[in-house]
Ligand binder design. Structure first.
Ligand code: CA
Ligand code: CA
Length: 532
């Protein structure tokens, strides 16, 4: 479905027009950018210059260093106004934590993030001409700005976090729902299980525009231990704020949906609101934008406004908390961010919105029992079932062991307890042709973690020489993604894959070594299937 993802970029154009209508072009080029920290000042000036008949932005007008104080950082380390000029938030830096910036790409050499950007993927496929070189550069600027706010060395929150550029929006800030879904699946494959990671999504689509497919992927990421910060959105097509529950993925309950305030703690005139907005953060207004990195040089800066700018501040804070407790469950981190917000200081809110402003309290989060295992792969051969899984979050206290229960007709028939760091078990001597159910539950010092739901297995079987067996009769994956198979080079004489329809062909007795994964690019789980 070719649906345009609506980003907050359009807001800028509306702001230009507002300014133009107010006659601010007159004499603008003589203003110091320091004294005139408006939204996208360069573009505004450029527009004015173009309107006046000139074609070039004077080089003297480019911002080549931060010119303002980072009021957005000053605001979020204190509860009440006035700003105190101090932006310190303790020793946490986000080091060791990955923040995925799903956006227009990132200028990886920019001085705010240089050395900490990992090129992820570059997806936009609109016409093949908007790919950027090198991968995950940024031909729009929005993603670089967002990355700077999340993790910039002086304008960002998590000053040493790694940022991973996941480019889904083209040079105009447009994209496709299907590309966003692909990108989020890529993140699922790429992030390290058991270590909290953060995703920032500074865009949104109307739920009716197939937005539920994005919602689905966002929830899957959260279930696997990823904290997801989402911009609440900047109003409807006319710029009027709307209920964020009508926007995907802002409507996902477990996502951290972020609205925007201006420098005086008033809700930004464009910010979507309502019960789906979990927290507000500085995003700027007509009097003051947020200054961050821009795309045109390694020392290029811009002022920009929007919930797009508020969301990465929350993402950066999540990275600080994740650095402190890397195994902490995503939902615990998100809950702490909401619980620690400053209550009741924001004005101009709608009655159905929560009055919560981002506050960077870096105290440790109370530990919990482990979360739920994910990416469960089950295979069958020689009357046995092999079950493997990815550990989820440990709740901040190391996993001490995992219990895997095998059920038949709803009753537990076998239990295997494995020590920490073991993520697979084999149940043997099972009844041919029978289906079982599997439940996995980890424990730590706090107690038993969240058990998986009962996962129904395929029918138990043997694999005999000469058989050609459909792959879904031999293996399954819980994550709703198709299970991708490969046969290792060393097993080519024992077994091979046959396409259309996909089958495993058993050529001779022996061990058939296969690789199993949910997504292209993911490290495969290796299994040896016995052929009798
Ligand atoms: Ca402060
Ligand atoms: Ca939420």
């Amino acid at each position: 479905m070719a649906v345009t993802v609506r980003t907050e970029l359009n807001l800028r154009e509306r702001v230009f027009i507002t300014f133009l209508l107010r006659g601010l072009c007159e004499g603008l080029e003589t203003y110091s950018t320091v004294a005139f920290p408006f939204v996208n000042v360069k573009r505004l000036i450029a527009l004015c210059i173009v309107a006046a008949g000139a074609s070039q932005l004077p080089a003297s007008m480019a911002l080549t260093a931060p010119v303002g104080t980072a009021w957005h950082l000053d605001r979020i380390n204190q509860a009440q106004l006035p700003l105190d000029g101090n932006s310190a938030h303790g020793s946490l830096t986000g080091e060791g934590i990955d923040i995925y910036i799903v956006d227009t790409g990132i200028r990886a050499t920019h001085e705010q993030v240089v050395g900490r950007v990992l090129p992820g993927i570059d997806i936009p496929t609109d016409n093949g001409t908007s790919k950027v070189t090198p991968v995950s550069s940024d031909c729009d600027g929005h993603g670089t700005h967002v990355a700077g706010l999340a993790a910039g060395s002086t304008v960002g929150v998590a000053t040493k976090a790694r940022v991973i550029a996941v480019r889904v929006l083209d040079c105009n800030g447009d994209g496709e729902v299907a590309d966003v879904v692909t990108a989020l699946q890529w993140v699922r494959a790429h992030h390290r299980s058991g270590v909290a990671a953060v995703v920032n999504l500074s865009f949104g689509v109307d739920l009716g525009d197939d937005g539920t497919s994005i919602d689905h992927e966002v929830q899957a990421l959260i279930d696997e231990g990823v904290v997801v910060a989402v911009a609440s959105g900047n109003g409807d097509a006319a710029g009027r704020p709307i209920d964020a529950c009508k926007i995907a993925p802002g409507d996902v309950p477990d996502a951290l949906t972020v609205g925007s305030i201006g420098i005086s703690d008033v809700v930004s005139y464009y910010s979507n609101n309502g019960p789906c907005v979990d927290i507000y953060a500085p995003g700027g207004d007509r009097t003051r934008g947020l200054e961050s990195a821009w795309k045109d040089s390694d020392s290029d800066y811009e002022f920009d406004v929007g919930t797009s700018m508020a969301s990465p501040l929350v993402a950066g804070y999540a990275a600080l908390l994740a650095q402190q407790q890397p195994g902490m469950c995503a939902t615990s981190i998100s809950k702490a961010i909401v619980d620690r917000s400053t209550k009741g200081v924001i004005t101009g809110m709608t009655a159905d919105s929560f009055n919560r402003l981002l506050f960077l309290d870096t105290a440790p989060i109370a530990t919990t029992a482990p979360g739920e295992a994910s990416h469960v792969i089950i295979t069958t051969d020689s009357q046995s079932l092999v079950v493997s899984w990815d550990s989820s979050c440990d709740g901040g206290s190391a996993i001490t062991g995992t219990r895997v229960s095998l059920l038949r007709d709803g009753k537990v028939v076998k239990r295997i307890d494995v020590p920490a760091n073991t993520n697979a078990v084999r149940f043997t001597g099972l009844a041919l042709g029978r289906k079982y159910q599997v439940v996995i539950k980890a424990s730590n010092a706090i107690g038993d973690g969240i058990a998986t739901s009962r996962i129904t297995t395929m029918a138990v079987r043997k694999i005999s020489v000469g058989q050609s067996v459909a792959l879904d009769a031999l293996g399954s994956l819980t994550s709703e993604l198709p299970l991708l198979w490969s046969v290792s080079q060393s097993s080519r004489k024992i077994c091979r894959l046959q396409a259309e329809p996909l089958h495993l062909v058993a050529l001779r007795k022996g061990l058939c070594r296969v690789g199993l994964r949910g997504i292209v690019g993911q490290d495969p789980v290796i299994r040896t299937l016995r052929i009798d």
